[in-house]
Each structure stands twice: as C-alpha cells, then as structure tokens.
Design a protein around this ligand. Structure first.
Ligand code: NAD
Length: 498
C-alpha cells in the first residue's frame, strides 16, 4: 500500500516558500487515487519550475458526508474567489439522493462555459487504432439539457428543457475559433442536430456560421451530430477542433478520449470569465487507491493546460516534452503497459521520477510541444443585440387528458365557444387533430394550439380568458407556451411535417 503521508510529504504545502510572481492556485487532492496522482503531478510541475502559490482545500466524499450537499465547503469557495484557478483531483460522488454533482455546481457557480478536451493519440508509444488522431473538443458547458429544468407534467409524461441562448452560443463558438487560431489549428467543425431542432440547434449552427465569417483563415464545416459522431469514431484524423452544445460534447468527448488509446491520459480545462478549473477526465478509481499504480498523466496534462492558462507556457512545454519523452521511452504505468511495446512497468511515484529525470528533453518520435509563446485565450463578452419586435400571435396550451383526439377537440371547441381558433392538437409532437392517423400512439399529454380568428389580434388578456374557460369546463391544462413572432419570424416550431 502507498504511504500517503510519504506521498504528500513530497508535495509543496501551503506554507512552502513561494517563488516571486507565483500564480495563486487552489488545489484539491480529491478522493481515491486523487492524493497520489496530485502529489505526483505537483512534484513534476514544481521540479519543472512552475511558479505556483498553492492554497489547499478539502473537497469531495468526506465533505458530502459532513453534510455539504455538493461536496464543497464555504472556505473552498473563498479560496476559489481569491485564486480563480482550480487544480482538482478526481472525487468520489456518493450514490443516493440529496447529492449534487460537485463538477456541475462548480461549473455553474463560476460560469465555466467552455470545456476544452484535447484528445491526441501517442502512437507508436501507446497502442491505438487511430495513430494520427489529434482532436480538441470544445464543449459548451452550461446550457442545453444540463440547465436541470425538469418537470413531470402528467401521469405519463416527463419533460427536460433544452435551453440554448444566443450569448451562450456566441461565447463558446468564438472561444473555439480563438483557440484554433492561438494553437495553430486549421479547421473548426460544428456538430448539431439542426435538421430536427431547428430553433435551438439551429441557433447554435447559425451563430457558428456568423462568427466563422470573422475567421476566414480557418477552415469550417457543419455536420449533423450523428454522422459527425460516426466519422469521429471511424476516422478521427480528419478532425481538428470540434465545437458542440453540451450534451453532444459530453458524450463525444468521452468517445474521443477513449479511442486515443487510454482514458487515463485525458485532461480537461473548464474556462470562464471568473475562473478556470483543470482536471483529469477520469474518476477517482477507488479500485486502485493507495496502491501506487495509478497513471498521473491525465492530471499532469491538465496541469500543462493550467500553466498555459497562467502564462507559464515555458514550464508547460518543458513538462509536456519531458512527459512525452518518458512515454516514448516505454516507461509506462500498468494501465498503458503493453508487453512488446512498453519497456518498464512503473508505479505512480516512479513514473513521476522518470518524467522529472527527462525534464529538458524532447521526444524523438512523438511531436514535441511548442508552448513557449502560448497564452490564455482572451475571452470576449458577447454584445447584446437590439431587442426584436415581438408580437403575440397565439398560444400552445398543454393539457392532460385520456380522451381521444376527436373527443378532446370537441370539448375544447365547446369550452372556448368561438373565442379563438383551435389550430391543431399534437401528441408527442405528432399532429393528431385535425386529420390525425388512427395508428398514432397517444399519451395523456396533448399540445393544443390556439390562434386568433382571421383578421383578429391575440393578446394575454384573451389567453387568460381562454384558460379561464378551460378551467370552467374542467379541462386539466398543465402549462402554456406563448407563440411569438420576432421581427416577423415565428419563434416556435410549426408542428410535425411542416
Ligand atoms: P473511473 O474513471 O474512476 O475508473 C474507470 C476505470 O478506469 C477503472 O477501472 C479505473 O481503475 C481506471 N482508471 C481511472 N483512472 C485511472 C488512472 N489514472 N490510472 C489507471 N487507471 C485508471 O470511473 P468510475 O469507476 O466510473 O468512477 C469512480 C468514481 O469517480 C465515482 O464516484 C464517480 O462518480 C467519480 N468520478 C469523478 C470524476 C471527477 O471528479 N471529475 C469524473 C468521473 C467519475
């Protein structure tokens, strides 16, 4: 078993003398293998000359147990507000109710809108089917289905809101292009499902095209996420930087990391206006904890991203190249050790020693990093556009009912008594009235679209009147969505098949 006290004795403590010009950084060792890989990573970083003033905070499983619902105590927030830079070991998320995701809480609280995951293969040193792969996934981190706004609406139907905002799209898309430019990347691809979600994903794609026009030096392409994902898994060499909304980015960045050959090497940066967080993509691997066998590379490469962010590109380059030289020399932890390919199987501490011994070297076959001049990406705050001219032209009223489409339509027509027109009823987005198909399976959740009679205006007073009449008729309406035109353009989907 690893002697954790010995492991942490080698790390710079908070009261270690700090180099002049050192960057303040909050460090959490985390759970499971966290303390071992953090100790190894910090030891390499300090040996390479990193100028860090470390504030250590407690985080994770023990804090959850102490009753902090997101696993983070108030003093850690104080430190993060001071340092604005977080180097985080993996944590164990307890199973069960009442527990909030620590990562989601930190991302949302600090507004870390960009998740940047470089996914590169290190062939021939590490076995992979995609030796030429060198992709960076830039994932939007705050919006989409991760807003966490969910409702059960009827006995049968549950809903999760997908929220996409123009400023959110602008920030992430601009970040992706600026990242590409700053890192000598040639192409940015955008994955969406805008053929189905024309308003939400359609906005993301439109913003990609608009902002892309400001970067004529960078090749650009749009792909539907399903075909994009298939190509990424099959021939990742054809991609360079890929920008995506949150959910697609979450899934595809894991796939991309996996096909590089080892998830243990994956690092990620979470960047925002008020702070940044750097971590390995893997979890706390409790099965390996305390055995001095875990691979510290993912966390170390996150440290490399952090040093670039802190303007210490020279140190970042020295570490990356020393690390690549170690990997290339076949000095491998158990997770990437392959007989015939690897030369020596080492533990976490010995791996760190091997990297430290190679600081100042460059890899012979793997590409050497050139990070001396690398700088953090300057973030551009999106400009607010002039508000559009907004006109109310109707309302979708969602109703719970076990009636058939024709029976429900009849009740709605009787209740509203000619106040407005019932334009259509859909069930799970499929039009079932008028002229529905008898084969359509219907749930207890109906969208009923009301619009004014020809030549008449619609307003919120009419909507309230309408809801009152439905109430009086005992119709169980469960939510409404106003139908607006924005500068004459419909701000709502037109219904299936239109
Ligand atoms: P995991 O990533 O911890 O482990 C998956 C597999 O990969 C295991 O076999 C593990 O031994 C191996 N592995 C992971 N990191 C390794 C490393 N550095 N070196 C060698 N092998 C490594 O995923 P899991 O088992 O699903 O999750 C364990 C815990 O981690 C859970 O509580 C989960 O919630 C948490 N988790 C935390 C984070 C985070 O803090 N960012 C991310 C993912 C999972």
């Amino acid at each position: 078993m690893l002697d954790l006290a010995a492991a942490s004795a080698t790390i710079p403590a908070t009261d270690t003398p700090v180099a002049a010009g050192a960057a303040p950084v909050t460090v959490a060792y985390g759970d499971g293998i966290g303390p071992e890989i953090m100790a190894a990573s910090l030891r390499i970083m300090m040996a390479a000359g990193a100028r860090l003033a470390i504030e250590e905070v407690r985080l994770g499983e023990a804090l959850y147990r102490e009753g902090h619902s997101a696993g983070i105590p108030p003093e850690a927030w104080d430190s993060l507000r001071r340092t604005r830079t977080f180097f985080k070991g993996p944590i164990t998320t307890p199973q069960g109710g009442g527990v909030k995701s620590l990562n989601v809480t930190i991302r949302k609280t600090l507004g870390l809108f960009a998740n940047v995951r470089p996914c590169a293969a290190y062939a021939p040193a590490i076995a992979t089917r995609h030796p030429g792969m060198d992709v960076v996934i830039v994932r939007e981190n705050e919006e989409d289905l991760y807003a966490g706004i969910e409702h059960r609406q009827t006995d049968e139907v549950y809903q999760c809101l997908k929220i996409i905002s123009r400023p959110g799209c602008e920030r992430i898309v601009r970040y992706a292009f600026d990242y590409a430019r700053a890192n000598g990347r040639k192409k940015v691809s955008c994955f969406t499902k805008d053929n189905i979600m024309k308003l939400t994903d359609g906005l993301f794609r439109r913003v990609f095209d608009e902002i892309g026009a400001e970067y004529p030096d960078i090749e650009q392409e749009n792909m539907i996420v399903d075909i994009g994902a298939a190509r990424l898994a099959d021939s990742p060499e054809r991609f360079d930087v890929i920008v995506m909304p949150n959910l697609y980015g979450d899934i595809l960045s894991d796939i991309a990391a996996q096909i590089t050959g080892s998830v243990g090497l994956g690092a990620s940066a979470n960047i925002g206006e008020y702070g940044a967080m750097f971590e390995a993509i893997h979890g706390s691997a409790p099965d390996l904890a305390g055995q001095d066998v875990a691979n510290p590379s993912g966390l170390l490469l996150a440290g490399v991203q952090m040093l670039v962010h802190l303007g210490q590109g020279d140190v970042a380059e020295r570490i990356h190249n020393g690390w690549a030289a170690t990997i290339e020399a076949g000095i491998h932890t158990a997770d990437i050790f392959r007989p015939g390919l690897s030369r020596e199987k080492v533990g976490t501490r010995a791996f760190a020693d091997a990297v430290i011994a190679r600081l100042g070297e460059k890899p012979q076959h793997l590409p050497a990093a050139d990070l001396k001049a690398a700088r953090p990406i300057a973030l551009v705050r999106p400009q607010r556009a002039e508000p559009a001219e907004k006109r109310l032209v109707g309302v979708d009223i969602f109703v719970q009912s076990m009636l058939s489409p024709d029976e429900l339509a009849q009740r709605l027509l009787t209740a509203t008594n000619g106040l407005v027109e019932l334009a259509m009823i859909t069930n799970r987005g499929v039009k079932v009235w008028p002229q529905g198909m008898p084969e359509t399976f219907c749930t207890d959740h109906w969208r009923c679209r009301f619009q004014p009679k020809p030549g008449k205006q619609f307003n919120k007073a009419m909507q309230l009147d309408l809801l009152g009449r439905l109430n009086m008729a005992g119709i169980d309406w469960i939510k409404t969505e106003q139908l607006y035109l924005f500068d004459g353009e419909p701000g709502y989907s037109m219904g299936q098949g239109q």
